[in-house]
Write a protein that binds this ligand. Structure first.
Ligand code: IVH
Length: 671
């Protein structure tokens, strides 16, 4: 087989596996097998630069070449939707459609399609001959920004369509979203870096798709759902069938897409999804109803701003009012005290709310909540209920403002609040029950040791039964004592023991995260583990050395040092190690590592011909250097390929940072 044929074959296979994984949620091969195919493709593409294709699956990682966005005029304007918050108005719209098409009565002679209204940012993709040629934001509806480079990093979006009956040229519109999980992760990271948080996934998605650095976009975990197909030669004459076709071609079309034949079905659809939307992985802010037949759509036509054949029903940010029973104070894994409003149960957007976090002392003060106050509770697009105010008129005479506790509600230890911190903390880390149990729950969690069979409830059960007093005790568990626990039968007991056994394969970076060292979150643990390789090495490091690690500042360094200085923690680590928990990353082949670039900060920019950007990054690291994202005074040099970004070039010149090309770099490290 010629390289060209193999490249073609690999691209098709990778595109297919990508679709199975990101769109259909049913992968057929392991990540490792996928990586092997990708490596082979990258290698062949490197050896055959003339066969490169910007839409190759190897180009999904983005680049940090900051280009401004070019404006593109939409072939067909991107309209908005008429919207309403009332079920009655939806029914009126249904009747209007029916009547203007010459029908009336309960059954619709105008079948509709009901869909979710995804709360993200809209995007228009243009495909020609089955290839993505352009991705443009809505902009002002007439023209938007060309964000193709960023959109290409979204794994669920097909770049090249497999053979199919797609029209030679078509446009498909949809919503770019940031799933809740990715949104939470992003905000956690931002909180950690003390960057401003995104208020909701919509802002985060809109902000991300307009980032100049597509490599950054690639990391954020965007996704996209498609809901509108446009072409001069559509495959079918109904919206529903066209969307089924789009799904067949590899686009992510939501499963929530239902044909509706009567106003009763419309009402049911609304009632169902107003509640069930909470179980979806992405934010939604309403439902969209569309006339299914394209001929009927054409007849109904458009107003200046929106189609008459569609309407959005928006979910209200519901507000309720209820009486405060009491404020309780809860102790988290890190000893942070959270005030929680315990409420008279109240129905709010389909669920009963009994509790709402008040977050910290300052928030309690600013709301000025008194005992037994009537409180406003709100639930917007977010799932978590929030106390937004007090109805002072209904205040009980003589009631006192809520006082924040001075001692730990669980162990009685006097609380401390560090200057500049919002929270009060119980300092009795190793003697306070909720903190110990919190650490057990964290340890077994999915991103940590992922111990199957042990949920949050089991942790307190195990602790209270004296079977697990600290995380190392998990490794001493055997079925018989477990079976004596409430609600634990032989099968669960065996699952727990097997889960514990399996956790001995969890890599060291996750073990480090599982230990609950303050401020050492998932990302930081990974970075530290990769840099230091082992617990022993970390223990031997000085404060200065720890501070040189990527993303580690004084707060983290001190937390690590404090943790490792406490003898019982060292004993705990040794017990874990003795039980078989991994305390080091597997040995890398260190024979080709050097110190040639030790201490050097190096920026990579542009397009290279001899090796890929990833390979250059690996070379820098192997030789002791650090690859950093942006140029500063501290940058030692820029490794530049073709088309280095003009702003980078200017900055490097201004700061007098040396620019070297790939040949020079290779000479540098190969002596
Ligand atoms: S249809 C001409 N369907 O809502 C009709 N829009 O308020 C085009 N949206 O700009 C839109 N989910 O960004 C449609 N299932 C869905 C949608 C949806 C979210 C967004 C879209 C649009 C905005 C209108």
């Amino acid at each position: 087989m010629s390289p060209a044929q193999r490249i073609q074959e690999l691209r098709q296979q990778l595109d297919r596996h990508n679709r199975l994984y990101y769109v259909e949620n049913s992968p057929e091969i392991s990540d490792r097998e996928y990586d092997m195919l990708m490596k082979e493709l990258e290698q062949l593409e490197r050896e055959n630069p003339d066969l490169d294709d910007p839409l190759s699956p190897s180009h999904r990682v983005g680049s940090d070449l900051a280009k401004g966005f070019t404006q593109v005029v939409h072939a067909r304007p991107m309209l908005s939707l008429g919207n309403t918050y009332s079920l009655d108005e939806v029914n009126e719209w249904v009747n209007r459609c029916n009547e203007s098409l010459g029908n009336s009565g309960g059954l619709l002679s105008v079948p509709l399609v009901g869909e979710m209204k995804f709360d993200g940012t809209s995007i228009s993709l243009t495909y020609e001959h089955g290839r993505l040629v352009r991705a443009v934001t809505r902009g002002d509806g007439e023209k938007g920004d060309d964000v193709t480079a960023n959109v290409k990093t979204i794994r669920s979006i097909p770049l090249v369509l497999p053979a199919g009956d797609w029209p030679e040229s078509f446009e498909i519109r949809g919503e770019i979203v940031l799933p809740w999980k990715a949104f939470d992760r992003l905000n956690e990271e931002r909180a950690f870096n003390e960057e401003p948080l995104f208020a909701n996934p919509r802002n985060a998605a809109a902000g991300t798709i307009k980032m100049l650095n597509s490599a950054e976009v690639a990391k954020r975990g965007l996704d996209a759902y498609f809901y509108y197909l446009l072409s001069d030669s559509l495959p079918a004459d109904s919206h529903y069938e066209n969307m089924l076709k789009a799904r067949e071609w590899g686009f992510k079309v939501s499963d929530v897409m239902t044909l509706l034949h009567s106003t009763a079905e419309v009402d049911d659809f609304i009632n169902r999804w107003d509640v069930e939307r909470r179980n979806l992985p992405v934010a939604t802010d309403g439902l969209v109803f569309k006339v299914n037949s394209l001929r009927q759509q054409l007849n109904l036509g458009y107003t200046a701003k929106s189609p008459r054949w569609a309407i959005a029903y928006k979910f209200a940010a519901e507000r309720a009012m209820t009486r405060l029973r009491e404020v309780s104070f809860e102790v988290g894994r890190m000893g942070v005290i959270t005030p929680v409003a315990n409420l008279e149960p109240v129905l709010l957007s389909g669920t009963i709310v009994k509790r709402a976090s008040l977050h910290n002392e300052d928030i309690v003060k600013s709301l000025d909540i008194h005992d037994h106050d009537m409180l406003y509770v709100e639930k917007g697009g977010e799932i978590i209920p929030k106390i937004t105010g007090v109805d002072v008129d209904q205040r009980v005479e003589g009631s006192e403002p809520i006082k924040f506790v001075k001692n730990c509600p669980d162990c009685g230890t006097p609380l401390v609040r560090m200057p500049g911190e919002a929270s009060w903390v119980c300092p009795n880390k190793y003697g306070c029950r909720p903190q110990i149990i919190g650490r057990l729950e964290h340890f077994v969690g999915r991103h940590m040791m992922d111990i199957e069979g042990v949920g949050d409830e089991n942790c307190s059960l195990l602790y209270d039964a004296g079977l697990v007093r600290d995380i190392s005790d998990f490794y001493t568990l055997t079925p018989p004592p477990l079976e004596s626990l409430d609600r634990v039968g032989p099968r669960t007991a065996q699952r727990i023991v097997d889960g514990v056994e399996a956790s001995k394969n969890v890599p060291f970076d996750r073990v480090l995260y599982a230990l609950s060292i303050p401020f050492v979150g998932e990302t930081v643990s990974r970075k530290i583990a990769r840099a230091v390789r082992s617990m022993d090495r970390l223990r031997s490091m000085t404060r200065e050395e720890i501070l040189t690690l990527e993303d580690v500042g004084p707060r983290i360094a001190d937390a690590i040092l404090e943790y490792l200085a406490y003898q019982p923690n060292i004993e705990l680590i040794e017990r874990l190690r003795a039980a078989g928990v991994l305390m080091a990353l597997p040995d890398e082949d260190l024979s080709d590592h050097t110190d040639l670039l030790a201490g050097k900060s190096i920026v990579i920019s542009g397009v290279f011909s001899l090796h890929s950007r990833e390979e250059y990054k690996a070379m820098i690291e192997k030789n002791g250097g650090k690859n950093v994202g942006s140029i500063s005074k501290k940058t030692d040099f820029v490794l530049a390929g073709d088309n280095m970004g003009p702003s980078k070039l200017e900055k490097a010149q201004k700061l007098g940072v040396r620019i070297i090309d790939e040949n020079e770099f290779l000479k540098m490290i190969n002596g």
